[in-house]
Design a protein around this ligand. Structure first.
Ligand SMILES: [Zn+2]
Ligand SMILES: [Zn+2]
Length: 289
């Protein structure tokens, strides 16, 4: 029987801003061993899930890698929309400490509407829809093992790479991180590595265009993300079967095309390569023709 485990990139843009021509910020949809897992909830996650043909009421688990807004700005709206679409059971959420404050704050900000819909439409209790757990080294997900590794994304310290090992496939998600040698052993032999990537020349161009940031933005980007060329080296060292790029910095700059990303990664990696696009679904075990 053909394996149907897939990882869909719902949004591939690094950073929270969107502009005409850009992709959406970060979220992913993992379907593994019959489970439906959302990883990160940047802007566009709700639409992205539906565009994969998955009902919001079918989500089994949500994992948030770190508390930068491009990874969780839409978490509350995702729950609210799932609620109005019929969600009436609890979804576990695994994320860094502090996520419970966001959840409380989101509900406070929407209290009028939430209370109204419970009273006026008979909707179930909203607060109970999310069961928030602080991320640990390992989580047993009933047939899937989630292993986490603190990655390198200063100034944030509660920030994680994720590895999901199912009965038939494995996938590693780098999260937001500077180059770290530990990523290769962490991703060893995975069926798919999804790694964030940046092009240094593109960062300079991006920062030159900024109208409301200063040199600290440039410093932040360069010290907390990974050069595309290094991503190729990590994939090679890890011996992964497939590599996908996401969290592109820059994104939507016509001066930096797929050819630039491809050339950077190909310095070290000659295996299967996916340059992520919003909505791109990748089979964890490629189907043989
Ligand atoms: Zn990010
Ligand atoms: Zn980040």
């Amino acid at each position: 029987m053909t394996n149907t485990d897939t990882l869909a990139l719902l949004g591939v843009k690094g950073g929270p801003a969107i502009r005409p021509g850009s992709h959406m910020p970060i979220s992913m949809l993992l379907r593994m061993a019959g489970k439906t897992i959302v990883v990160d909830a940047g802007l566009g996650v709700t639409r992205g899930i539906c565009d994969q043909g998955v009902a919001l009421t079918d989500i089994d688990l949500i994992v948030i890698t770190h508390l930068h807004s491009d990874h969780y700005l839409e978490l509350g709206p995702l729950f609210h929309t799932a609620w109005t679409a019929g969600l009436n059971r609890t979804i576990p959420v695994i994320g860094p400490k502090g996520l419970d404050s966001y959840w409380a704050g989101f509900q406070a900000s929407m209290a009028f509407d939430i209370n109204l819909r419970m009273a006026d439409e008979g909707r179930c209790d909203f607060n109970g829809l999310a069961d928030i757990h602080v991320i640990t080294d390992q989580h047993d997900l009933d047939g899937i093992t989630l292993t986490t590794m603190r990655n390198l994304h200063p100034p944030i310290t509660d920030t994680y790479a994720l590895r999901f090992d199912g009965p038939e496939s494995s996938v590693v998600l780098s999260g937001d991180t500077a180059y770290m040698p530990e990523m290769a052993p962490f991703a060893q032999n995975a069926d798919l590595l999804v790694h964030e990537a940046m092009l240094r020349d593109g960062v300079e161009a991006l920062c030159a265009r900024m109208t409301n940031g200063d040199d600290r933005l440039r410093t932040h980007i360069l010290r907390s993300h990974t050069d595309a060329a290094d991503v190729g080296q990590i994939a090679k060292d890890a011996g992964v079967k497939q590599l996908a790029l996401n969290h592109f910095v820059p994104d939507g700059d016509p001066d930096f095309t797929d050819a630039h990303w491809d050339a950077a990664v190909r310095q070290h990696w000659d295996g299967p390569l996916f340059l992520g696009k919003d909505g791109m679904a990748i089979n964890l075990i490629p189907t043989t023709p």
